[in-house]
Ligand binder design. Structure first.
Ligand SMILES: O=C(O)CCC(=O)C(=O)O
Ligand SMILES: [Fe+2]
Length: 736
């Protein structure tokens, strides 16, 4: 074994030691790390007027539950506040705020300035302006004002209203007193709604337990629009999302553009205040705001009648809506858009059983955009063989996920009947706090037939979830793992324009009970290691140098890890586990999957960051070993190994058959990419680096090292004496 490999092990051990020493101080840091800095709302410099009818359940609707849900519902996502503005705020002869405001708009001639909304061409030029603003070529704070709007009616307009933006410069610029003097009621409306929203956002963000989402609103960037739909029954506004068509789930099939943490804030909340007459009739006047519940084209909806003094608020980034034509009279509304970003953080749920984590690794970096509309369900496939870590793994997995409600597990529990060790495991899993999200099959351990059988059975528990994560039953996770995996997967799909992608690698290790190398978050990369005495190729993971440039795609490789892989759900149909065909196969399972995936056109990638940690020691659980095989078992194993060899050599009998190779690429091409000669069992030059170069690996390692393959004991044996001493002192603190 080469010394270069050892220094990698040394690194990991050192980092683990440091993690332990840091454990106490970092526990304190586990509190919210992102603090929102309240900024004084310029729309509201002195007053503290708030909408009186606003309740905390409204706040919960807009800022709370959404992060956990995939479906928009009227009851949970839209706030309708009647009698929004109190009558005391009206001025002059009228006692009614709404009619006073309408009068104010008329008197100030603002309503005369309304123009048909923008044409498609104008919107495209806006997009260009946006781009230029992002490049710093023009000032991004400029918003469309009266002068920039079209004065020509265009039949291609998708929306039929006449509108005007009350420019930010006018409302908030140096001459804002002019605006306030000329439009005192409009100013009062904007200030009241803004103050309420600001107060609610702040109080939401200060409650760490409320959700895992922090709302950062950019108070300098509100937009205010006055819009009138004529009452001729012809004009409405088709179904849309105020953030733009790319943001909604309904539009998911189109390429979703994700914000990066550097992207400017976007529309986050839409507040619409209706200025119609008080006898507006839902049927005779029409003009309802139709809110769609689901992402589907033909999903449910709720119609909201535009009542006088009614305020409707919803999330601009996920609530799709439409304006139905006004049938009898014109319909005026004022819309305020609030801009901002949503930071998603992991809930640091305390672990219900097996004590708390002594430490958690740093969260995975995820794009700061609110992915709540885009995050799909994940099916977690897990084969567990008499493993007391099954329940702690599930606990850790849910506790560190962003969207625990969207995770569904299929577990194959292979347990001995009547043994207390096994019955304890059964009890723990059966009494799991999220029983609706756990499906399982229980097998007698005596009927176990190796990982392919168990993982194949686990796949039968899939119920249409969008992504599939296959893991072992002894893992820990970094916070944000679910959103990170989906975002990385999507990034690759967009780049290579194929959804036959998989993220997979050998994770770094943890030790019992919960010792996670907190400072070690680098990714690992799979490369060939050696041919074992059965003639089977073994593989290993190598630590890759950290690269903080998030624009980089994960590194492509050709090997597959059974204990950690993530892919869009089509993988279950394209390359399902060979449940019956490879009984009692251990080494060979991963190669068979690798060559099958490759020949079916799948590209495999190693995440840039460690996503989870794997318990490499088997000391905590009873395992089977080939020496305990019955004759039948060992015969079956060697038949399975032969089948894997046929696959690796691309024999025609295994091409294009169920559970065999695909026709997209050949096994020979796989071997060539891997730089391995399977027929002669030779590793070819450069195979230890895969698609990378020496410089890409940590510690300048030039050879493949078996760092994650063996037991802890094997690793100790491989260390030099200095590292050995460190490991010994480290292990003496751990009981297992
Ligand atoms: O006036 C309404 O009810 C909604 C208008 C709208 O959807 C928009 O302007 O984006
Ligand atoms: Fe809208």
């Amino acid at each position: 074994m080469e010394a270069t490999g050892l220094s990698e092990v040394g690194d990991v051990v050192l980092n683990t030691l440091m993690a332990q020493m840091d454990a106490e101080s970092s526990n304190k840091d586990k509190m919210r790390s992102t603090k929102y800095d309240p900024v004084m709302n310029p729309e509201n410099p002195s007053t503290t007027t708030c909408l009186s009818g606003w309740t905390s359940s409204f706040t919960e609707r807009l800022f709370g539950a959404r992060a956990e849900k995939s479906r928009v519902t009227f009851e949970e996502d839209v706030v309708v506040l009647d009698d929004a503005m109190s009558q005391e705020q009206s001025l002059g002869s009228r006692t009614n705020f709404c009619s006073s405001l309408l009068e104010e708009l008329k008197e100030s001639k603002l309503l005369d300035k309304l123009k048909p909304a923008k044409t498609k061409g104008e919107r495209q030029s806006d997009a260009l302006m946006d781009l230029l603003a992002k490049q710093g070529i023009v000032d991004s704070m400029q918003e469309p004002s009266l002068h920039q709007q079209s004065s020509v009616t265009n039949k291609n307009n998708i929306r039929g209203d006449n509108s005007i933006f009350v420019s930010r410069e006018y409302r908030q610029g140096p001459n804002q007193h002019k605006f306030q003097k000329r439009h005192p009621l409009l100013h009062a409306l904007i200030a009241t709604i803004s103050a309420t929203i600001q107060q609610q956002v702040e109080s939401h963000n200060q409650k760490p337990e409320s959700t895992n989402a922090t709302f950062c609103l950019d108070w300098n960037k509100t937009s205010v629009q006055v819009a009138t739909y004529p009452g001729d029954g012809t004009c409405g506004y088709p179904r849309h999302c105020d953030r733009g068509q790319d943001s909604c789930k309904f539009e998911k099939s189109k390429n979703v553009q994700q914000e990066t943490s550097a992207s400017p804030s976007q529309r986050l909340l839409t507040a619409i205040y209706y200025l119609v007459e008080d006898d507006w009739d839902a049927v005779l006047d029409g003009g309802a705001l139709r809110v769609f519940h689901d992402g589907d084209e033909d999903g449910d909806f709720t119609d909201i009648v535009p009542r006088q003094n009614r305020l409707v608020v919803f999330r601009s980034d996920c609530v799709e809506h439409q304006v139905l034509p006004s049938l009898r009279r014109s319909r005026t509304a004022i819309t305020i858009w609030f801009y901002g970003t949503v930071k998603i953080e992991s809930k640091m749920d305390s672990i219900a059983t097996n004590g708390p984590f002594i430490d958690l690794p740093p969260p995975l970096p995820i794009l700061s955009s609110d992915v709540s509309c885009r995050v799909s369900k994940i099916f977690v496939s897990m084969a567990s063989y008499r493993d007391s870590e099954t329940r702690p793994t599930l606990d850790a997995m849910f506790a560190t996920s962003n969207h625990p409600n969207r995770i569904h597990c299929g577990i194959v529990l292979q347990l001995k009947d009547g043994e207390s060790y096994d019955e304890d495991i059964w009890q723990q899993v059966e009494s799991f706090p999220r029983p609706q999200q756990i499906r399982y099959l229980r097998l007698h351990a005596r009927d176990a037939m190796g990982p392919c059988y168990a993982r194949g059975l686990a796949q039968t528990l899939w119920r249409g979830e969008d992504y599939v994560l296959q893991i072992d039953a002894h893992m820990r996770f970094r916070p944000n793992w679910d959103v990170y995996l989906i975002q990385q997967c999507q990034k690759i799909i967009e780049q290579i324009r194929s959804d036959k992608v998989m993220l997979t690698t050998y994770p770094l290790g943890y030790t019992l009970p919960n010792n996670i190398p907190k400072n070690e978050t680098r990714g690992t990369y799979l490369v060939p290691w050696k041919f074992d005495d059965q003639g089977m190729l073994r593989q290993c993971g190598r630590v890759v140098k950290r690269n903080d440039d998030t624009s980089f795609l994960p590194h492509k490789h050709y090997l597959y890890a059974g204990g950690f892989n993530f892919a869009p759900n089509r993988v279950i149909r394209d390359v399902p586990y060979d449940t019956m065909g490879l009984p009692h196969l251990f080494f060979g399972e991963e190669l068979s999957m690798a060559v099958r995936l490759f020949t079916h056109g799948y590209e495999l990638y190693a995440p840039m960051e460690t996503v989870c940690y794997h318990l490499w020691s088997r000391g905590h659980r009873p395992t089977t070993s080939p020496t305990q095989d019955t004759l039948v078992q060992s015969q079956q194993r060697s038949t399975s190994q032969k089948r894997v060899m046929q696959q690796l050599l691309g024999e025609s009998s295994v091409v294009g058959v169920p559970m065999g190779l695909g026709n997209d690429r050949t096994a020979a091409a796989f071997a060539e990419r891997l730089k391995v000669d399977f027929a002669n069992k030779i590793l070819l030059q450069g195979c230890e680096n895969g698609e990378l170069t020496d410089a890409d690996f940590a510690s300048g390692a030039t050879t493949a090292s078996p760092m994650y393959q063996g037991s802890v004991e094997a690793k100790i044996a491989a260390l030099d004496s200095k590292a050995k001493a460190l490991v010994a002192s480290f292990l003496s603190g751990i009981s297992y």
